[in-house]
Design a protein around this ligand. Structure first.
Ligand code: 5GP
Length: 138
């Protein structure tokens, strides 16, 4: 895979960044527009676009790095909690088409709000149908 992304340029050292960690297959650096101090992006060195494209083994390596870094980032900025997320496709807010995991430190005082949940499925039929449709894809 030879595609270039802004993140492959960061990995190559062609764009200034604050590196947190690197190993054979993953790379982590501070997000340029952090939601809070310490907001870190963990990426595979191969520029897989998203969760659908990345092979399971490579995704496992990315998540191993996330698992390793999350508590260190929390302690490094004295955060009260951590959000971890991946945006896949523009509809979900993905802007850089190179898979990345956001590790976002949270503070009791930051007063960010979460997504609003919609009404419960209420009737069993709707929930049953949705669950069945998803299971059929497995
Ligand atoms: P997405 O919306 O694709 O999930 O998130 C992309 C993230 O990449 C954003 O949080 C944005 O601030 C970050 N980002 C985009 N370009 C750069 C860059 O050149 N350097 C760094 N460090 N972060 C970037």
């Amino acid at each position: 895979m030879s595609k270039q992304t802004i993140f492959t340029k960061i990995i190559a050292g062609d764009i200034p960044h604050h590196k947190i960690y690197e190993d054979e297959s993953t790379f982590a650096f501070l997000d340029a527009e952090p939601v809070n101090p310490g907001h870190t992006l963990v990426v595979p060195k191969e520029p897989y676009q998203n969760i659908y494209e990345i092979p399971q083994d490579d995704f496992t390596k990315v998540m191993e790095t996330v698992h390793r870094l999350a508590p260190k980032i929390k302690d490094g900025v004295s955060a009260d909690g951590i959000n971890i997320g991946i945006n896949n496709e523009p509809a979900a807010g993905q802007e850089v088409m190179h898979l990345h995991v956001h590790i976002m430190p949270r503070f009791d005082s930051d007063s960010f709000s979460h997504w609003q949940g919609q009404d419960d499925y209420h009737d069993d039929v709707r929930g049953k149908e949705i669950a069945e449709n998803i299971r059929e894809e497995l």
